[in-house]
Structure formats: structure tokens, C-alpha cells
Design a protein around this ligand. Structure first.
Ligand code: BV8
Length: 235
């Protein structure tokens, strides 16, 4: 580690929530294993069979809201670092769970949306939701059925707050990817944007994904994240 970073962007993926009990997407028991991505995470899949998509997200929302699911030591370490670090800090997550918020992370962007929100296709208004909803659920804005969808970014749709994310990547001097396989674009390209701007790039994962990270730390996130960010705070 050379000089202490002054501006950090962190990107998290499903791996940071794995030890909280939420399945990752591409591991053998991953969520997609039970469903075809094109059937449950694309606008075409939603148009073809909305009930299957409502049920896919209702089941994940129900699981997220069970008492067994809570932030783990990695979520807590990121929130602690954010509150104690004297530089700029932005946390971008690909995850649609609310574990970062529950660990008290604040400067946070859900680039792929949020499981606990729904959007009215008529008014484009976004509402918090913590129970099942489907085609027959009336929206609070139009008071009619058939308008609501999960506020989640599907494949082929534009991720959220990309301008803000790109500005942060272009101004950071350290980019840290945690628990992501680097399969999904544009998140998978963030480290390249950071590298072009001469930021140092770090990957924390169970296994190696892309060898072009400057530094790689392997192990379960609940062990590697607290250790890494504690050392960063005192660098
Ligand atoms: C877009 C919400 C245009 C839904 C998600 C062909 C080639 C390249 C790209 C494309 C292509 N065809 C189409 C594309 C674009 C496409 C894409 O990338 N497809 C891929 C599959 C080929 N992308 C899009 O469509 C995106 N939109 O491109 O629009 C655009 C672009 C730029 C600017 C403007 C417009 C939209 C993609 C969003 C899709 N929605 N989620 C939902 O959640 O239901 S993606 C989904 O995958 C989740 O968000 C998930 O987080 C994300 C990425 O997966 P990971 O988080 O990385 O999870 P994964 O299981 O893969 O990996 C887990 C990792 O954790 C592993 O590395 C594992 O080792 C590690 N791990 C496990 N346990 C632990 C651990 N690490 C530490 N500790 C542990 N205990």
C-alpha cells in the first residue's frame, strides 16, 4: 500500500450477502439454477409470463424479510469504514437486498434496483413494498390493477445512476470489488474505468475472477472485508 487513498469506490455483488444466507446467482445452488434468466430477469420474460416473475421476486422478498437473514460482518465492516474514513466513499451494489442499509451504510447506490421497492408502469412512481404483489395488486397512485413491476433492473435494461457512478469512478484513487463474479456488464467494466484513471484496484473474493486487479485478497467476505478495511483505515 502506497499513500492513503482519498477517494474510494466499492462495488459489491451477491458474494457479500452469501454468508447472510442469500444464494448467489451463479454458484451451483444459485438462484438462476432454478430459473432461466431470460424467464425471470428480462422484460420479455415479464411480458411472456408475469406471474412467474412476480412469484420469483415474491419468494426472494419473503426470504429477505425472514428473521434469519441479517447483515454479516462484511456489511458491518463497510459501514464502519464509511463512517470513520476521512476521504470520499461511495458504495455501489449490484445486490437488490437491503443488507447494506441495515448495516447503516449511507452513501449507497443500488445500480440493479431493490427487492423492497415496486414501480407503477403508468405513473413511474416507486413505492416501498414488503409483501407479495402481483398483476391483481392495485397501485396506490392509479388505484388500478396490472400496473406494478419489481423496481429491479433486468437484463437489457439501463442500470440506475450510471452518471453518478461513472463520475465517482473517474475521480477515485482506489476501486474495490467485493463478492462479484464480474459476469455482468456494465458493473464488470468499472475496474477498467478506474484503472484508466490510474486508481489502484483491489478484488476481495473467494476465488480469482480477473487477473488485472492490482491486488487480490481471497477468502470469505466476513473474514477478508473486516481485515482489509481495518488495515486501510490505519494505512
Ligand atoms: C445493460 C437484478 C445497457 C435482477 C441483475 C453479451 C456480452 C456482454 C454483455 C452482454 C451481452 N449480452 C447482454 C449483455 C449485457 C448484460 C450482461 O452483462 N449480460 C451478461 C449475463 C452476459 N447486462 C445488462 O443487460 C445490463 N444492462 O447492459 O444495459 C447499458 C449499459 C451501460 C450503460 C447503459 C446501458 C443490466 C444487467 C442487470 C441485470 N440484473 N440483477 C435480480 O437480482 O433478480 S444482475 C445479477 O447478477 C445480480 O444483480 C447480481 O448481483 C449480478 C452479478 O452477479 P454477482 O453479484 O457477481 O453474483 P455471482 O453469483 O455471479 O457471483 C458471486 C461472486 O461472489 C462469485 O465471484 C463468488 O466467488 C463470490 N462469493 C461467493 N461467496 C462468497 C464470495 N465472495 C466472498 N465471500 C463469500 N462468502
Amino acid at each position: 500500500m502506497t499513500s492513503r487513498p482519498r477517494s474510494i469506490v466499492v462495488l459489491t455483488g451477491a458474494g457479500i450477502s452469501a454468508e447472510s444466507g442469500i444464494e448467489t446467482f451463479r454458484a451451483s445452488e444459485g438462484l438462476w439454477a432454478n430459473h432461466h434468466v431470460e424467464d425471470v430477469a428480462t422484460p420479455q420474460g415479464f411480458a411472456r409470463n408475469p406471474q412467474l416473475v412476480y412469484e420469483f421476486y415474491n419468494q426472494r422478498r419473503r426470504q429477505l424479510l425472514t428473521p434469519e437473514i441479517s447483515p454479516n460482518a462484511a456489511h458491518a465492516a463497510l459501514a464502519k469504514f464509511e463512517h470513520e474514513f476521512d476521504g470520499e466513499f461511495l458504495l455501489v451494489t449490484q445486490n437488490v437486498d437491503n443488507l447494506h442499509e441495515r448495516a447503516s451504510s449511507q452513501n449507497l447506490i443500488h445500480m440493479h434496483g431493490e427487492l423492497l421497492k415496486m414501480r407503477c408502469l403508468n405513473s413511474n412512481l416507486i413505492f416501498d413494498v414488503n409483501e407479495d404483489f402481483d398483476y391483481d395488486t392495485r397501485c396506490r397512485c392509479c388505484r388500478s390493477a396490472g400496473n406494478l413491476r419489481p423496481q429491479v433492473v433486468w437484463f437489457g435494461e439501463m442500470p440506475l445512476q450510471m452518471n453518478r457512478i461513472n463520475r465517482a469512478l473517474e475521480n477515485c484513487d482506489m476501486f474495490i470489488a467485493i463478492g462479484t463474479s464480474g459476469n455482468v456488464y456494465p458493473a464488470s467494466g468499472f475496474y477498467r474505468t478506474a484503472k484508466i484513471k490510474k486508481a489502484s484496484t483491489v478484488e476481495l473474493n473467494l476465488e480469482q475472477t480477473d487477473s488485472s486487479f492490482d491486488q487480490r485478497v481471497y477468502g470469505p467476505a466476513t473474514e477478508s472485508v473486516p481485515l482489509f478495511f481495518e488495515s486501510l483505515l490505519h494505512s
